[in-house]
Design a protein around this ligand. Structure first.
Ligand code: GLU
Length: 460
């Protein structure tokens, strides 16, 4: 992930210079200096906070757990980004995810900077009491740098509203009298969370796909006619005559919501033939019963049924396959909503889909991204597709300040408006120049940050 994001940012920076859109009023060495400042600001985080949380386990043992809070850039507003609980968390990864948040917020016009947190644990190995302690210690160790106007964490892999509630409560007791509702987002509704925040990332992921395949296609017929030999255009147009087959990798908070949206969508003919989780892939050529699978996972700690007996017991028709089979299925569309680096040099050649939607952050490696793009696969990148979470976090933060709350439909309407605005900005450019959709998004974010940094007098 490190090298991919860095190389996309470098390309955006060069594009700014080459196309003469980087501060065209400046020239010569003044321009060069401003450019160098921009490069160094974007490539380095402002702060990397690291601590070892001291936790006393229920069995009496005391352990120290590495934990991070990285604050990459706050040009656009307070640092913002989730806290991940996963055993593969490391400093490099958290720095890169914080950088991605800076660029994601800039792309979608969300008035926040970029931050990210991580704790190196497998949360399934800890009791509820121990997890509560880990959350409290996290806030305790990083308490000086967190706050409604400073740095606002949210859920990420391995965390959810329960953890955000615990953390907000700890923040409130450490900082009595300070505003606290906006110090964390992704909280439960009862604790000041927003309606729709839990579904926001998955909804946004599906919406990005629907926008591209439906809204954009309907409104840009002549552009598509001109590009009729493009494989994406062919897939996009074919949905009128047949259902597009979809496979969804990951059936957690993002994948299951995106799958349900696809299943219920009245605009596109979708057939979700496969879903997978950490254990298995379920496949059905006639389409899976997504509501029944969601009902099942809600009652089984998030896991899909793993054998025929379980499937028959719940009247779900599917065959069980290996977890990793899903990526190589002969389907039109892949939704990647699991972890990083899922498509890489070893499996890139076996991918048959012509459209891939990145619900997770960085699910495709740099090499695979190039290979697939060169082979005409249209990738709707993470920065564009999975911003629903942070967009609704922003709405939650605003509602916390006003102590006024929106109805669920209002939240989803605002989410759709915000994402559509971004799409309207980047999509026409994507069809009219040589950059990939990912590169186009980064170009837009980098350009925006450079203009704002210059106006703030930071580029000298
Ligand atoms: N963790 C989510 C992301 O990566 C949401 C961040 C937020 O809501 O601040 O975009």
């Amino acid at each position: 992930m490190t090298s991919k994001m860095e190389s996309v940012i470098q390309k955006s920076l060069s594009a700014l210079l080459d196309e003469n859109i980087f501060l065209p009023k400046l020239n010569g060495s003044t321009r060069q200096r401003a450019y160098q400042s921009l490069v160094s600001i974007l490539s380095t985080p402002n702060h990397v906070n690291k601590s070892f949380l001291r936790i006393s386990l229920e069995n009496g043992r005391v352990i120290r757990i590495p934990a991070f809070r990285v604050q990459h850039n706050n040009t656009l507003g307070p640092y913002k980004g989730g806290i991940r609980f996963h055993e593969s968390v490391n400093e490099d990864e958290v720095v890169n995810l914080a950088k991605l948040m800076t660029l994601k917020n800039a792309l979608h016009d969300v008035p926040f900077g970029g931050g990210k947190g991580g704790v190196v644990i497998n949360p399934r190995e800890f009791s509820e009491k121990e997890l509560n302690l880990i959350c409290k210690k996290y806030v305790h160790y990083f308490s000086d740098s967190l706050g409604t106007e400073k740095d606002i964490p949210a859920p990420d892999i391995g965390t959810g509203e329960r953890e955000m509630d615990w953390m907000m409560a700890e923040f409130k007791s450490i900082h009595p009298g300070e505003t606290y509702r906006g110090s964390f987002t992704g909280k439960s509704i009862m604790n000041g969370g927003s309606l729709g925040r839990r579904e926001a990332t998955g909804k946004g992921v599906y919406y990005s796909y629907k926008y591209l395949l439906y809204d954009f296609v309907e409104n840009n017929k002549s552009l598509l006619d001109k590009n009729s030999d493009n494989p994406f255009v062919q897939t996009a147009l074919s949905h009128r005559n047949r259902a597009l087959t979809i496979a969804v990798q990951g059936f957690g908070n993002v994948g299951s919501v995106a799958a349900l949206e696809a299943y219920r969508c009245a605009y596109l003919q979708n057939k979700i033939v496969a879903v997978s989780d950490r254990n298995i892939t379920l496949y059905n050529d006639d389409g899976l019963d997504i509501p029944a699978l969601i009902h099942y996972t809600n009652e089984h700690e998030g896991d899909l049924p793993t054998d025929q007996t379980e499937l028959s017991k719940h009247d779900i028709k599917a065959t069980v396959q290996d977890r990793d089979d899903l990526l190589e299925l002969d389907v039109d569309v892949l939704f990647l909503a699991a972890l990083e680096d899922q498509i890489h040099t070893k499996n890139q050649k076996n991918i048959k889909s012509t459209i891939i939607v990145e619900g997770a952050n960085a699910p495709i490696t740099q090499e695979a991204d190039k290979y697939l793009t060169d082979n005409g696969v249209l990738i709707i990148p993470d920065i564009l597709a999975n911003a629903g979470g942070v967009i609704v976090s922003y709405l939650e933060w605003m509602q916390g300040r006003e102590t006024q709350f929106y109805k669920e439909e209002e939240v989803f309407d605002l989410l759709y408006d915000k994402m559509s605005t971004t799409f309207e900005t980047v999509l026409p450019k994507f069809f009219s120049d040589l950059f990939s959709l990912r590169q186009n998004c980064y170009n837009h974010s980098v350009m925006k940050l450079s203009t704002i940094l210059y106006r703030q007098g930071k580029l000298y």
